[in-house]
Design a protein around this ligand. Structure first.
Ligand SMILES: C[S@@+](CC[C@H](N)C(=O)[O-])C[C@H]1O[C@@H](n2cnc3c(N)ncnc32)[C@H](O)[C@@H]1O
Length: 419
């Protein structure tokens, strides 16, 4: 079928995954930067390439790596938090301006007087059940921090500070930090859980400044663009011309967010705080988010697996098929953007549904083949340091978990026919 090669070369067991701006903000299922780097180095279709696309950009790992190489890049994501993180990670802010504003901010934080700032619930109307998720004391501090950032005169550098705030909005809440879903820590632990938002914020800024300085030092001249684009619905010609992309480096979702990785639940803390659109419903907008009874793809490679799932649980079957329909539609649309000889590198996971493993690497290769590509190789890597929980909850019920995958598949293909 589609040849798999098991190789430890892609594990990057002891690598520093937090170089440059990769250190900024956590995000579910981030790609290891070294994977994007190795793919660009070894599989760029020619010595000089002009454009790399990541249609499921997440926190922007591919865009940062493309910038280091001096290659133009475009990233799509329909999650506003992902776009915000990626935007900040590829920006070359003025470091001395940031340092000046940081000193001023520190002065304000060090002189915060809790007696002058009272908790007022009207300040938090956007935050669902804010009293359930935060102590009043920390809500007041977060609000003070938010207002202090807002007061920074230089508008251009504000996003750098807001991104650090975004991380701590989640960290100081009562959510369990080891999970992406919204589960509160045990009631008995709440009285002793008292993180200091100001200290956390300062630490993030110091860390991020180091990352920014090394990014500025190492990046090369090029453009990186972040777009709110959903490749399932087609990609306007005004955004990317057909046959213009040299290479795609991406890690798509491998199932709907509800039963795989909860990007929306993870993002909800910041999305509500910053009043991003659709803050409460991101997961439904993502690939496979709303099950529909339709299958618009032909498959031999995973036919047997789908039949098995269909016989066990018809509802789950339609959930899986909705995801695969949208995934294959998106591949069809993306294929038209890639030039002849161009290459795609898809890092995918083969999840298990009703104890049946779905080989998404085969399906990916098959659908690209139907759209004018030939399969080169699929590398299989084990996931020693993947930023995913080792267990996920397939049912959304607290405490009911199953093991997630321990392997990832890097599908590499070349476009042989222009369509
Ligand atoms: C595995 S993550 C990408 C992680 C990324 N490689 C990184 O290093 O952070 C998949 C991303 O696909 C996005 N996504 C899901 N459905 C999408 C769609 N229809 N269009 C664009 N992005 C989508 C999710 O919001 C999520 O950020």
């Amino acid at each position: 079928m589609y040849k798999r090669k098991y190789s430890s070369e892609w594990d990057f067991r002891n690598s520093n995954t937090k170089e440059y701006t990769h250190c900024y903000h956590n995000y579910p299922a981030m790609m290891i930067p070294q994977i994007a780097r190795k793919l660009i180095t070894e599989f760029a279709p020619s010595k000089k390439i002009n454009l790399i696309l990541d249609p499921y950009m997440g926190s922007g790992t591919t865009l940062v790596e493309s910038s280091i190489r001096g290659i133009n890049s475009i990233g799509f994501d329909i999650n506003p938090l992902a776009r915000f993180i990626a935007e900040v990670k590829i920006s070359t802010f003025n470091v001395s301006e940031i340092k000046c504003s940081y000193l001023l901010l520190c002065y304000k934080l060090d002189n915060f007087n809790p007696n002058e700032y009272q908790y007022n619930e009207n300040d938090y109307v956007n935050i669902t059940k804010h009293e359930y998720w935060y102590s009043n004391e920390n809500l007041v501090k977060l609000k003070y921090l938010s207002t202090s950032i807002d007061d920074i005169e230089n508008k251009e550098i504000k996003p750098f500070f807001l991104l650090a705030l975004s991380e701590i909005i989640r960290e100081v809440s009562y959510t369990r930090n080891g999970e992406f879903k919204r589960y509160r820590i045990e009631k008995s632990k709440i009285p002793t859980y008292n993180p200091n938002p100001f200290l956390l914020f300062k630490n993030k800024i110091i860390r991020n400044l180091k990352g920014l300085e090394s990014f500025i030092l190492n990046r090369n001249d090029c453009n990186a663009i972040v777009l709110d684009c959903n490749s399932i619905h087609g990609i306007p010609n005004s955004i990317i011309k057909k046959n213009s992309v040299d290479m795609v480096v991406t890690s798509p979702p491998y199932g709907d967010s509800k039963t795989t990785v909860a990007y929306g639940q993870y993002s909800r803390w910041s999305s509500e705080w910053f009043n991003f659109p659709n803050a409460k419903n991101i997961d439904k907008t993502l690939m496979g988010g709303i099950p529909i009874v339709v299958d618009n793809f032909k498959t031999n490679s995973i036919y047997k697996e789908l039949e098995l799932i269909k016989n066990i649980d018809i509802k789950r079957y339609y959930e899986v098929v909705t995801f695969l329909s949208e995934y294959s539609q998106s591949i069809k649309n993306i294929s038209t953007l890639i030039r002849k000889g161009g290459r795609i590198c898809y890092v995918v996971g083969n999840r298990t549904v009703k104890k049946v493993q779905i080989p998404l690497d085969y399906f990916t290769a098959e659908i690209f083949e139907q759209n004018g590509f030939k399969h080169d190789i699929t590398y299989v890597r084990s996931i020693p340091n993947k930023r995913m929980p080792l267990k996920t909850s397939p049912t959304n019920k607290k405490g009911i978990n199953v093991s997630t995958m321990t392997e990832e598949y890097i599908v590499i293909m070349t476009k042989i026919n222009s369509k």
